[in-house]
Design a protein around this ligand. Structure first.
Ligand SMILES: NC(=O)c1ccc[n+]([C@@H]2O[C@H](COP(=O)([O-])OP(=O)(O)OC[C@H]3O[C@@H](n4cnc5c(N)ncnc54)[C@H](O)[C@@H]3O)[C@@H](O)[C@H]2O)c1
Length: 318
């Protein structure tokens, strides 16, 4: 089945991000949500995404108008789903609602339609528990902003049809995403686990008084962060091992690494009193930010997204 018609189920931040992404791939996109009152805001988000991409010289205004001809919105569930080849569900992260949505989607689309959930953490087997055809459901966790960040972490349940999973994987590849199918279940999937490990250590450095929030963020941005946009952890450490590669890293540095690990944070809940200190520290860190990097949320997002476009062009993803 060639996927041409996509239904984005849920028109929030992630639903509109996916809709932008699918439109960029030249697909027919129907955005569904419960009420038409939500549509002006949803359409504005998509148009804002495209306005940004025009400003970043990824598309011309004429190309965007061609994409937008393939876009419709509806609050009529059967209309939204009846011709969908692929459904990307991006409703609220509440299991009860996800299960209800799965049941409705399953009952209203064709038997061969693939249903992907953007869930950040629920098991796809739980989400599809009330659906008659749970085998067509896959987990497909994107990264925000969805229309820029290529990663999709994919999950299956015990009953997921391997053919459907592969079709979903191939589809994401075709539209320029970078899907990764998890071989086993892992809470938080791959990248949130890695982010959370780094976040815990950053919080611990704050708590120990080693440095300020602004200094930690600068240490990341001007050091490993610049590399992380280009190389993953293993490639980074492979290079530190010289001609021996990763084995050289282990030979030369494993004693030091183990010494650091013994000293590093391994707590399972926030240390007492830390949560309360974060907002004043964040205010201070924001005030110290270079003006060019932005201080308000809007400014920081603009700075981030302009930089992401440059990196994505370098990666050949835009
Ligand atoms: N926000 C993120 O950074 C992020 C990143 C990756 C994945 N996700 C996941 O994506 C999903 C959506 O997140 P979001 O941030 O866009 O949420 P959101 O709250 O912005 O949007 C949810 C949308 O779902 C709609 N909705 C509510 N009930 C519905 C129903 N029964 N049927 C159809 N639509 C319904 C709401 O009206 C709303 O427009 C969640 O599962 C979330 O965990 C979020």
């Amino acid at each position: 089945m060639k996927i041409k018609n996509v239904c984005c189920f849920g028109s929030g931040l992630i639903g509109t991000g996916w809709a932008t992404n699918f439109l960029m791939a030249g697909l027919d996109v129907t955005l569904y949500d419960l009420s038409e009152d939500l549509f002006p805001h949803a359409e504005k988000r998509i148009r804002d995404n495209f306005a940004f991409l025009v400003k970043a010289e990824v598309y011309t205004p004429a190309q965007v108008e061609i994409f937008m001809k393939n876009f419709t919105m509806t609050s009529d569930v059967s209309k939204a789903l009846k011709s969908a080849d692929f459904v990307q569900e991006s409703g609220p992260e509440k299991l009860e609602i996800k299960q209800e949505m799965a049941k409705i989607i399953d009952a209203n689309c064709r038997v061969d339609t693939i249903v992907a959930s953007s869930t950040s953490g629920f098991l796809i087997s739980d989400i599809a528990a009330r659906a008659k055809r749970p085998e067509r459901f896959v987990g497909a966790h994107p990264y925000n902003p969805v229309f820029l960040l290529p990663l999709v972490e994919m999950t299956r349940s015990d009953v997921t049809d391997e053919g459907k999973l592969q079709q979903a994987y191939d589809f994401y590849m075709e539209i320029g995403k970078e899907p990764i199918i998890l071989r086993k279940e892992a809470l938080g999937f791959i990248s949130n686990r890695i982010q959370m490990a780094v976040y815990r250590e950053a919080l611990d450095l704050l708590d120990r008084g080693v440095c300020s929030m602004d200094e930690i963020d600068r240490a990341v941005v001007y050091g490993p962060g610049l590399r992380w946009g280009l190389l993953g952890h293993f490639a980074v450490f492979h290079l530190t091992g010289g001609d021996e590669g990763l084995a050289g890293n282990v030979r030369k540095y494993s004693d030091a690494q183990e010494m650091w690990w013994r000293d590093m944070a391994d707590w399972k809940k926030y240390p007492d009193g830390l949560k309360e200190k974060l907002t004043p520290m964040m205010d201070e860190a924001l005030a110290l930010r270079d003006e060019r990097h932005g201080r308000t949320n809007e400014e920081i997002i603009a700075f981030r997204d302009q930089g992401l476009v440059l990196l994505l062009k370098y990666h050949g993803k835009l």
